[in-house]
Design a protein around this ligand. Structure first.
Ligand code: ADA
Length: 553
């Protein structure tokens, strides 16, 4: 399933997860039986295979009609074929996409998705990086039977007034064939509203903007979540012909006096950076593994997660909604060189990622901020032009949330005036041999005069590495678990309570696999700065962070 709750009670949904046939284009002619969602890198014979492979399965259709193929993600480029006809394509492993299949006849059909995970000139977001790009269908695949008119999506935000909250909902409805006399009915928190739809011609999409006063509701708050189902139904001649259910929370996110305010109260972030990566599942984590990660994050005393460095699985966001974990979600970019950022193809591929990230995730109350361009060239005019373009695109897509980027351009950054929250990745005690306090104070003083004045400041990355199982009885050797504890303790003691900081994200929750090209600087071909291993086995630092985070909660 795509979500942790049912999105439809009326619209028929057919789950296509399960065993598909996988044929890698490696000249072997071998076919594998591969579970979807999954990545081929976890099939022993295809470990670290980088290339092109075809996933294929039969799909039984019993009732003719129009269908929507809903693909959660393809890592990283997918060409979709229905009965050997090309019907769609998608780039980027971290956002989903829909393909309309009109007038499908009953019978057995063939669905094939050709997947390519190679690095090439055609890929500006997936490049050899300090995380691994897997190959496969890393999220669920569904087939939905749709009526002549269906609800594509809902966009919700809430406005708090003297009488309580008002829900502002935009409903996007598409007609597959000409429709007249239809109505849209919204239900939320005990309130209902029905609105007529205009007559629509085939293929036409209409955006309905509706306000629904709901009065006094329970606010969604950090570690104290309250969620409400937003239900939309399409009616024609009194019959419900389609529905879409999402889940929302009522809360306000504001910035005032250098602070992040949630529901009018200053919030102090303490959390982790978390890649969508697992030793057993690659980037296709089953929801059970994701739920287990959330349990560990809560046990550690975290109240927030940063989705480094790309949009995450909607079920991860659902679980954060349910746990009350605040989320910094960012588009797909990690330290992309200016040569890539200036390519028209980058603008096209990142714009699609921005659009899909925000239109698919905008209703999650856990997301309090959108991020762009992690550690890209924010110290030059050329880079600034890209930051301006990306930040204004996110603001156009969602004017209700603050925006930021994580910088590492120490004492040279020229883009901090562009954002609502100023964020920095720093590694004193690891990459920088300087006491944390003095390094942080130098940085905070400098940014004050270069765009950060009056704004909240986050440390979006700080941390140190340890190879699990490597112990130095004297506690000094770099990469030892003991030394990681020492460094993290110094970092968190200096930063967690710092009066000028609105919070700290540790780098990182779990060790993750990295691209072959990074392996020489990454023992075990992993980024080893987790407090747990890629199998989620705690290192000694787990207890250190748990102690310090709980003191600070
Ligand atoms: C950077 C980067 C992270 C990771 C980290 C590290 O801050 O944003 O993705 O690579 O460095 O481990 O060095």
């Amino acid at each position: 399933m795509r979500r942790t709750f049912a999105e439809h009670h009326v619209r028929p949904v057919y789950f296509l997860d399960g065993l598909w046939t996988l044929r890698p284009q490696d000249g072997s002619g071998t076919a594998y039986s591969a579970w979807v969602p999954g990545v081929w890198d976890r099939i022993p014979a295809l470990a670290r295979f980088r290339g092109v492979a075809d996933y294929e399965r039969a799909v039984e259709i019993s009732e003719s009609g129009d269908y929507l193929l809903r693909i959660g993600a393809v890592s990283h480029t997918g060409l979709v074929f229905w009965d050997d006809q090309p019907v769609g394509q998608h780039y980027n492993a971290f956002t989903g996409f829909d393909i309309l299949l009109p007038q499908v006849a009953p019978g057995t059909h063939t669905l094939r998705i050709q997947v390519d995970d190679r690095f090439s000139e055609d890929s500006t977001l997936h490049i050899p990086n300090d995380y691994y790009t897997y190959g496969g269908l890393n999220r669920s695949v569904e087939l939905q039977k749709i009526a002549s008119l269906y609800i594509q999506r809902l966009a919700f935000h809430s406005v708090k007034g003297k009488e309580g909250y008002t829900a502002v909902v935009k409903a996007y409805v598409q007609a597959v064939s000409p429709v007249s006399g239809a109505q849209l009915k919204l239900s939320l928190a005990g309130a209902e509203l029905t609105s007529p739809l205009p007559d629509l011609s085939a293929g036409e999409t209409v955006e309905l903007s509706l306000s629904l006063p709901v009065g006094q509701v329970q606010e969604w708050d950090v570690l104290q979540p309250h969620l409400y189902f937003l239900k939309a139904e399409l009616l024609r001649q009194g019959e419900v012909i389609d529905d879409l259910i999402d889940r929302v929370g009522f809360r306000t996110v504001e910035i005032a006096r250098e602070q992040l305010l949630l529901n009018g109260k200053p919030v102090h972030i303490q959390g982790f950076n978390r890649h969508e990566d697992h030793e057993l599942f690659g980037s296709a984590l089953p929801v059970e593994a994701t739920a287990q990660d959330i349990q560990m994050l809560l046990d550690l005393g975290a109240n927030s997660v940063r989705t480094c460095h790309y949009p995450n699985d909607p079920r991860f966001l659902d679980l954060c909604d349910e746990a009350g974990l605040l989320v910094w979600e960012e588009h797909h970019a990690r330290a992309l060189p200016i040569e890539i950022l200036q390519k028209p193809l980058f603008a096209q591929q990142e714009a699609a990622c921005n659009e899909e990230m925000i239109t698919q995730h905008v209703n999650h109350p856990c997301i309090y901020i959108w991020g762009v361009l992690n550690e890209c060239e924010s110290e030059t005019e050329a880079g600034r032009a890209i930051y301006e373009a990306q930040l204004s695109h996110l603001r156009r897509l969602d004017p209700t949330r603050p925006v930021s980027y994580a910088s590492c351009r120490f004492m040279t950054d020229i883009c901090m005036d562009l954002v609502d929250v100023v964020s920095w990745n720093i590694y004193p005690g690891w990459y920088v041999k300087e006491p944390v306090s003095s390094y942080a104070d130098r940085l905070l003083q400098w940014i004050e005069e270069h765009g950060a004045a009056g704004k909240p400041v986050l440390i979006t990355e700080v941390g140190a590495g340890a190879i699990a199982g490597f112990h130095d009885p004297f506690g000094q050797a770099l990469w030892s678990e003991e030394r990681q504890c020492t460094i993290l303790r110094e970092q968190l003691t200096a930063l967690l309570g710092h009066p000028r900081l609105s919070g700290v994200y540790l780098w990182q929750f779990a060790d993750v696999n990295v691209a072959e090209e990074w392996a020489m600087s990454r023992p075990k071909s992993q980024n080893n700065k987790g407090v747990v291993t890629s199998l989620r086995q705690p290192k000694l630092s787990y207890a250190t962070v748990k102690e310090l985070f709980h003191q600070s909660l």
